[in-house]
Design a protein around this ligand. Structure first.
Ligand code: GDP
Length: 528
């Protein structure tokens, strides 16, 4: 096996998706603890407040009790190199999450046992399914009362349309939770006083029953055996191919807060989840083991470190090996591009990269040269991995700085945050007013907050009643349609015309009146 192949095989790059509060931070932290990447529980949250690897607006997250950023963390465990991509839990930031999902090879979905499949999970899940990303399910908070496991499987199958195959199965729940039965390894892992107390191999269900009589009540045992036999007979057989195609999700149970079930989950997950595989590009399939270097930018974040005010472009490597000083080209411009000061992110530090391989995420210092979706190639014959999904905004507002003397900082902040994809920025052609577009209302709040905290600019914001944005792909908008009572023409940051409409009715009316104009929900690709 080549050195490159070995490096690719030991890489696991995944995102964790969940509804807020299901336990994403807790599970991430427990995995980092296992890998020795952090020493004490509470450090991930603690780091947030210490503004590590995130920006000032973490303060806002703390005030709101929500998570709106994505971060990247690398650690090693049992010979694997693991890249975890955190995603914002709040649906107003789903665009950010969707882009992150383009950069991973699998996804871990956390469900709260009491809540099952929640709205946000449903939305994110759809993207995974459409892309065929393998999904692993961790059902959390088994130390609390919740839904019956079989009911949860049904929910996963009906609501998400994917088969489930439980790798382990809970013994009781809430006050009667005694641990899990590992169906793969025929083993009980028992839970006592909030800790994993140990494990015990089991011959068969009779053996299981005998064993459990010492710790569990009869009702719990009867229920467990009935469920296990039902699963054996009528459940889905585990099928690794279906898992890899995103058609079946292996399900695990545990209690992240007490670490229970986390090591077992991680071990099975690392074995079952795919390492980086080939990706489609304009030059055909690119294999992770191809000698030439390639990758794409899926995220840009300004002001990661408040003391440096720097901007980082996050690049997912798709093939080859990154080496210091290598030559690369940017596909959008075709020009040579030095990868400046690449860094990798660990739980409590970021360090310069000497070598990185397909699956790894590196942060590039970005003086304003990258755009989200950019492909970076290690060959002069550039190619592209395609555009990343962009959402048409549904909320609009007009903004200006409260203090006209702050105009310069205001323009800088708007430009940087727009390039980051934090918000969409438009201008009215005649009066040069700034119009903001967002997928969710909370994006405005974060924007106002960051403009204040990072650029020192207080904003005056006026919400507008438009709900739809359409890019003009072909045709010229007639003068009389530039600003009506139901629509308004603005330019996006690359000066492409966009029409904002109040509702579907107005949009249809416009289309009927202007048949020579083609509208699109996404911006046309440009090369400038
Ligand atoms: P996130 O919003 O998905 O990142 O969720 P957190 O990891 O911050 O967890 C939300 C809350 O649930 C916190 O108060 C955690 O302590 C709690 N929590 C996490 N895992 C468990 C668990 O297994 N059992 C119980 N009872 N609480 C948990």
């Amino acid at each position: 096996m080549s050195g490159l192949q070995k490096e690719v095989n030991r890489r696991k790059t995944f995102a964790i998706i969940s509804h807020p509060d299901a336990g994403k931070t807790t599970l991430t932290e427990k995995m980092l603890l296992l890998g020795g990447a952090i020493r004490t529980a509470g450090s991930v949250k603690g780091k947030k407040s210490a503004k590590f690897a995130t920006s000032d607006w973490m303060e806002l997250e703390k005030q709101r009790g929500i998570s709106v950023t994505s971060s990247v963390m690398q650690f090693e465990y049992q010979g694997y190199k693991i890249n975890i991509l955190d995603t914002p839990g709040h649906e107003d930031f789903s665009e950010d999450t969707y882009r992150t999902l383009m950069a991973v090879d699998s996804v871990v979905m956390i469900l709260d046992v009491a809540k099952g499949v929640e709205a946000q999970t449903k939305k994110l899940f759809k993207v995974c399914r459409d892309r065929g990303i393998p999904i692993f399910t961790f059902i959390n908070k088994m130390d609390r009362f919740g839904k019956e496991p079989l009911e949860l499987f049904e929910e996963i199958e009906e609501v998400l349309g994917i088969e489930s195959s439980p790798v382990n199965y809970p013994i009781g729940m809430g006050p009667t939770f005694r641990g899990v039965y590992d169906r793969f390894n025929k083993r009980i892992e028992y839970y006592e006083d909030g800790e994993k107390a140990g494990s015990q191999s089991i011959e068969d269900y009779e053996d299981l029953q005998k064993y459990l009589e010492k710790t569990a009540d009869q009702a719990t045992i009867d229920q467990l055996l009935e469920d296990l036999m039902l699963l054996d007979e009528a459940g889905n057989d585990f099928d690794i191919e279906s898992v890899k195609n995103g058609k079946q999700t292996p399900v695990f149970f545990g209690s992240a807060v007490s670490s229970f079930g986390v090591p077992t989950f991680l071990e099975h997950f690392l074995e079952m989840s795919p390492s980086p595989s080939s990706r489609e590009s304009t030059a055909g399939k690119v294999e992770p083991t191809d000698e030439f270097f390639s990758g794409f930018v899926f995220k840009i974040q300004a002001n990661m470190d408040p003391s440096h005010r720097d901007r980082i472009a996050f690049l997912r490597i798709c093939s080859g090996k990154y080496e210091k000083g290598m030559s690369t080209w940017l596909e959008r411009t075709g020009k040579p591009m030095k990868l400046a000061q690449p860094q990798q992110f660990f739980a409590d530090s970021r360090e310069g990269v000497d070598a990185a391989f397909a699956g790894d995420i590196v942060g590039l210092y970005d003086p304003g040269v990258y755009q989200i979706g950019d492909t970076v190639c290690g060959t002069k014959d550039v190619f592209s991995f395609g555009d990343l999904p962009q959402f048409a905004p549904e909320h609009f507002a007009k903004v200006r700085p409260k203090n006209a003397l702050k105009h310069k900082q205001y323009l800088k902040g708007i430009k940087q945050l727009a390039q980051e994809g934090a918000i969409q920025v438009y201008r009215t052609p005649r009066y040069e007013e700034t119009i903001l577009g967002a997928v969710g209302q909370l994006q405005f709040d974060v924007f106002i907050y960051r403009m204040q905290a990072e650029y020192g600019v207080d904003l005056v914001m006026e919400h507008l009643s438009y709900q739809l944005a359409r890019w003009v792909k072909e045709g010229k908008v007639p003068e009389k349609a530039m600003r009506t009572s139901t629509s308004m023409v603005v330019n996006d940051y690359l000066d492409r015309p966009v029409i904002l409409f109040k509702n579907d009715f107005n949009l249809d009316y416009f289309k009927n009146q202007n048949e020579d104009i083609t509208l699109s929900e996404t911006p046309p690709k440009t090369s400038n």
